[in-house]
Design a binder for this molecule. Structure first.
Ligand SMILES: Cc1ncc(COP(=O)(O)O)c(C=O)c1O
Length: 346
């Protein structure tokens, strides 16, 4: 065996949701958008495939995207850091802030990648349980080099109010609070408004969910431009390629299409949240594009397995005995199918 670092040998490694290629599968397991990206994305990618664009390196900092994001989100373009998916951004942040033997903090149950990032870094990982109603505890451990807070959270889809986010940022300062806003586009509010006055806040976003670009891999962070200048030193020089930059820029520029897709998705989310309780599920009110569904009367893992056998794929999640199904909001037709299969199983 080659001398792989012991922390890598000892870790299990992050296991992403299943990506089955069967086109007949109703895929409701990794929170992808059920609608296609904006038509302008296809035009932009086609344009990027012409002439010299593939032969040359892309913009290292993604300046065209940064300007577009700056305009649309009303943030300083110099405070935008581009990433090959927001997972890349989370990796860059961990590498930049956490020394070997350092401490990474996150609430639980939440996004399980944070643990893997800590392990790769050779850092300790400590979780802090959410309260029963998915809010932050009153005390937060001291000494963290970075704190991750997904808001809305996965798997619950719940949000922590911005006043609480601000309180947590103050508690962990001067270490950064990373507000992982992968699902913020489906919520009513977001943390960008805090950026000016909360210096240790880093907001991360993805185009995988609300902009239907999971396959292209594009995410970004928004932070103090002085912090972004340091983070740039950590990232790969060309971490986003010509095609993903073209797609991401076109996607954020088409806000009419974005609003239309979002409205359809929120309508289906409301329908699903209303119908699943009638089938015996305890559904947590969601501000994301998925629903966290549990049941008191029977185990949910066999339900996941039976749905999968019937070609409806949802995510079974188990956090040390606390388990449930995380169901992505699909199209109306996919939702009909999910509900019909559940009715026939239950
Ligand atoms: C909370 C959270 N953060 C970040 C991501 C990563 O998204 P991506 O790397 O596709 O941008 C996900 C994806 O499922 C997520 O659930």
């Amino acid at each position: 065996m080659l001398p792989i670092r012991s922390n890598i040998r000892d870790m299990a490694g992050y296991v992403p949701g299943e990506q089955l290629n069967d086109p007949d599968i109703v895929k409701l397991n990794t929170n992808e958008c059920p609608y296609p990206p904006s038509p302008r994305v296809f035009e932009a990618v086609r344009a990027a495939l012409t002439g010299d664009r593939l032969r040359k390196y892309p913009q290292p900092l993604g300046d065209t995207f940064r300007r577009a994001a700056g305009r649309v989100l009303n943030v300083d373009p110099d405070g935008v850091l581009i990433g090959n998916g927001s997972d890349d951004i989370l990796t860059i942040l961990t590498r930049a802030f956490v020394p070997e033997g350092g401490l990474v903090l996150a609430p639980t149950p939440s996004y399980i990648l944070y643990k893997s990032l800590a392990e790769i870094q050779g850092a300790r990982f400590e979780t802090v349980p959410f309260t029963a109603d998915w809010q932050l505890p009153t005390a937060w451990p001291a000494g963290g080099h970075i704190t991750f807070l997904p808001n809305p959270n996965s798997p619950s889809g719940t949000v922590v109010p911005l006043a609480e986010v601000e309180r947590l940022a103050a508690a962990v300062a001067p270490a950064p609070l990373v507000l992982d806003e992968a699902y913020a586009d489906f919520a009513d509010d977001n943390g960008l408004s805090l950026l000016g006055r909360v210096p240790n806040l880093v907001v991360t976003r993805t185009l995988s969910k609300s902009y239907a670009l999971a396959g292209i891999r594009f995410g970004f962070a928004v932070a103090d431009p002085a912090v972004v200048r340091e983070l740039v030193k950590v990232k790969d020089s060309y971490n986003c390629d010509v095609l993903s930059l073209a797609a991401a820029t076109a996607a954020v520029e088409d806000q009419d299409y974005f609003r239309e897709t979002r409205a359809k998705l929120l309508a289906t989310r409301a329908r699903l949240a209303a119908e699943l309780p009638a089938l015996g599920f305890d559904v947590t009110p969601s501000r994301a594009n998925f629903l966290w569904c549990r049941r008191a009367d029977r185990p949910v893992k066999p339900l996941y397995e039976e749905l999968k056998r019937r070609k409806v794929l949802v995510r079974y999640m188990n956090y040390a005995g606390y388990d449930g199904l995380r169901i992505t909001v699909g199209t109306e037709v996919e939702t009909d199918r999910l509900l019909a299969e559940l009715r026939s199983i239950l």
